[in-house]
Design a protein around this ligand. Structure first.
Ligand code: PEP
Ligand code: MN
Length: 338
């Protein structure tokens, strides 16, 4: 339920409505807006009866949020949420940041070379995994804290913002110390303990869609983060499993406009995991910008064929350099900048 206050409502009116919501056993969340204040009600997972509130002084309208997710819905908040992970790197506004980097952080030479190259091409954030969720326990698992230190070094040298993945609460605390944004990967989208823990942190989060998650499940996972108090959430479409093995995943470009309709949160696209095939990454990156993605995540490596993970879907720095002007032109065509 959402109580929209009149433009001339006083602070006293807002307080009285909050008290009435508390008396119903729920938590009021006042949201002052440019025009008027709205007060959300959380704590319920079904319909509540707010008829007595609609008659209170200062109340313009009582609206019911009909979706299973509340705080992430457009019904709850109409204007786009803008998530800023570092000065000048914001998702959800007119600019479309590009986040690039290797699947895994490997060594100082390689991460610095990648950082310099993607920065020169126009990326504003560097992404690299220090903790890797690998399908096989025998595959490279990431450098851990040493990898985070290398990312911090790359930030110091290039000024790029840093995004890196955490798979559990302890890793999230460590990633938060070194990075500007914590990635929750596809395999952990429904790790509710992790979502609750990261929800309590005050660090921007990049939440990837699960391998077989519906959009409603995806938004409910984001709801866990907001329900725990973290509103700095960037969603990420990274492709879903299907029956056709010719590509690694099926990149669901339709998720971008669908999420924009259902939620105020920004949604970025990861065409690298979205296809799993290097040759198809540029086309899907272009499609994602055209569809309105609020950012693009691309795996880039100086020598992709020698990358320690996900080489087959990784662009070379030269390929990335060639793609950026195309993405920029598409962004310009739809009134955005990249
Ligand atoms: C990654 O970002 O390298 C990764 C493991 O992605 P996902 O969680 O989307 O599979
Ligand atoms: Mn990867």
């Amino acid at each position: 339920m959402l109580v929209v206050m009149r433009q001339d409502a006083t602070e006293g009116h807002v307080e009285s409505v909050c008290a009435a919501i508390k008396a119903m056993g729920f938590q009021p969340v006042p949201m002052p807006g440019a025009q008027r204040t709205a007060i959300g009600l959380i704590g319920n997972d079904g319909q509540v009866d707010g008829s007595h509130i609609s008659g209170m002084d200062g109340v313009a309208q009582v609206l019911y949020v009909t979706k299973p997710y509340k705080q992430v819905s457009r019904e709850w908040k109409q204007e786009n949420t803008i998530v800023t992970i570092a000065p000048g790197v914001s998702f959800g506004g007119d600019t479309v940041p590009v986040v690039a980097g290797p699947c895994s952080v490997e060594n100082e030479e390689s991460i610095l070379a990648t950082a310099r190259a993607v920065k020169a091409a126009g990326a504003t954030a560097l992404r690299g995994g220090a903790f890797k969720p690998r399908s096989s326990p025998y595959s490279f698992q990431g450098l851990g804290e040493a990898g985070l230190k290398l990312l911090a070094l790359a930030r110091q040298e290039t000024g790029l913002a840093i995004v890196s993945e955490a798979m559990d609460e302890g890793q999230a605390e460590l990633v938060a110390e070194y990075a500007d944004c914590i990635q929750i990967g596809a395999r952990n989208m429904q790790n509710y303990s992790l979502l609750k823990a990261v929800g309590k942190m005050r660090k921007p989060v990049l939440l990837k869609r699960g391998l077989s998650a519906t959009i409603v499940e995806f938004l409910l996972s984001a709801e866990y983060l907001l329900a725990a108090g973290n509103t700095q959430v960037i969603l990420c479409e990274r492709g879903i499993r299907s029956y056709d093995s010719i590509v690694r995943n099926v990149f669901d470009v339709s998720a971008i406009p669908v999420v924009h309709q259902l939620s105020h949160l920004p949604i970025v696209a990861d065409p690298s995991h979205g296809t799993g095939v290097r040759a198809h990454v540029p086309a899907m990156a272009r499609a994602a910008v055209a569809a309105g993605a609020d950012g693009i995540l691309i795996e880039v490596h100086p020598t992709p064929d020698r990358a320690w993970s996900d080489g087959a879907q990784t662009l070379s720095t030269a390929q990335f350099d060639g793609l950026m002007p195309e993405l920029r032109a598409i962004a310009t065509a739809i009134g955005r900048t990249l």
